[in-house]
Design a protein. Structure first.
Length: 329
């Protein structure tokens, strides 16, 4: 080997040695630039490295979207090892969920912004290098919506409502108004079955939950009958004005049957502004007052009820007890 060659080798060694030492230079985890999001790989009791490192870390560059591998020396000090090439993973550092090692693979997961979707990057661990494999997604909210839809079809309305209520970022997964109306329409059969078993309170409780559901908020925000008729049009997701009126009338009737008289009066009065021609709301209110032994108030409402029934040309449908309970002057 000539003297000239030895000089070149010496020059290269001297020139590269700072870079080599820099690559192996340790640093504290807290010293990493704020451009990076550092994740510890949970080894689950396994040994990822033969020597030197107790485990590994993945650093995500929030600006360049690159992934880097670091060796974890002691839980505090890390050493840069390599850039992980060709990683198209969608990673959301603000919604990081987990990173662990299992059966020679590393799984790095985060949750999509504004959704319940968990995105997991899977890396192969080979010869102490991370090699990109694939991305997988799992969305619990999608599964919950599908389950809720199946529950409605099977007539399990209360369970369906609870399932819809548990969906994260619900606005991204279903039309709340449409679902609210679907629940309401599906509950009619349950209420009918409850009536045959005299389970009036159960029916009233179910209606309370449905009307309190976020998908029925639009109804509570309406100011009166005209707005309701405009909102429903001829048919809103299968619901008509007459359907809703009958639903509310049955609800208040069930409250009376359940002996919840004060609540029956309160709810009938609250819904009256939407159904000003409803004779049954008047009847249910009158029955509640009568049960409370306020015969004067009940008499006034029975008179209004009878008058309304005449206007609707339904005199023959007036219960026999109504005229008996009207106080004659």
């Amino acid at each position: 080997m000539t003297r000239h060659t030895l000089c070149i080798i010496a020059f290269l060694y001297i020139g590269l040695s700072p870079l080599m030492s820099y690559a192996q230079k340790g640093m504290k985890k807290t010293e990493l630039s704020t451009d990076f999001f550092l994740v510890d790989i949970n080894p689950n009791g396994a040994r990822m490295f033969e020597v030197k490192y107790q485990s590994g870390c993945i650093a995500y560059n929030k600006k360049t979207k690159e992934f880097l591998l670091y060796g974890d020396a002691n839980g505090t000090d890390i050493i840069y090892l390599e850039k992980i090439n060709n990683v198209p993973l969608r990673f959301y550092p603000d919604k990081f969920t987990s990173c662990y090692f299992k059966e020679n693979k590393v799984y790095l997961s985060s949750q999509m912004t504004g959704k319940a979707t968990i995105v997991t990057g899977i890396f192969n661990w080979k010869d102490e290098h991370l090699i990109w494999e694939k991305e997988e997604t799992f969305d619990l909210s999608v599964m919950q919506v599908l389950r809720a839809q199946a529950l409605i079809k099977n007539g399990k309305v209360l369970e369906a409502l609870a399932t819809y209520d548990s969906v994260q970022y619900a606005e991204s997964y279903f039309d709340a108004q449409k679902v609210g109306i679907e629940l309401l329409l599906a509950s009619r059969k349950v209420i009918e079955e409850n009536g045959s078993k005299r389970k009036y309170k159960e029916s009233a409780d179910l209606v309370d939950k449905i009307l309190a559901f976020k998908g029925m908020k639009w109804y509570a925000e309406l100011k009166g009958e005209a707005e309701l008729k405009t909102a429903l049009g001829k048919n809103l997701h299968g619901l008509t004005y007459i359907d809703l009126q009958l639903y509310v009338e049955t609800y208040t009737s069930n409250l009376v049957e359940a002996k919840l008289y004060d609540k029956a009066i309160d709810k009938a009065n609250a819904h009256w502004k939407y159904f000003t021609n409803s004779a049954d709301l008047l009847l249910n209110t009158a029955n509640a007052w009568y049960a409370k032994k306020d015969k004067t108030k009940a008499s006034e409402l029975y008179e209004r009820y009878a008058s309304q029934m005449k206007q609707l040309k339904k005199e023959k449908d007036i219960p026999y007890y109504v005229p008996q309970r009207i106080i004659k002057e």
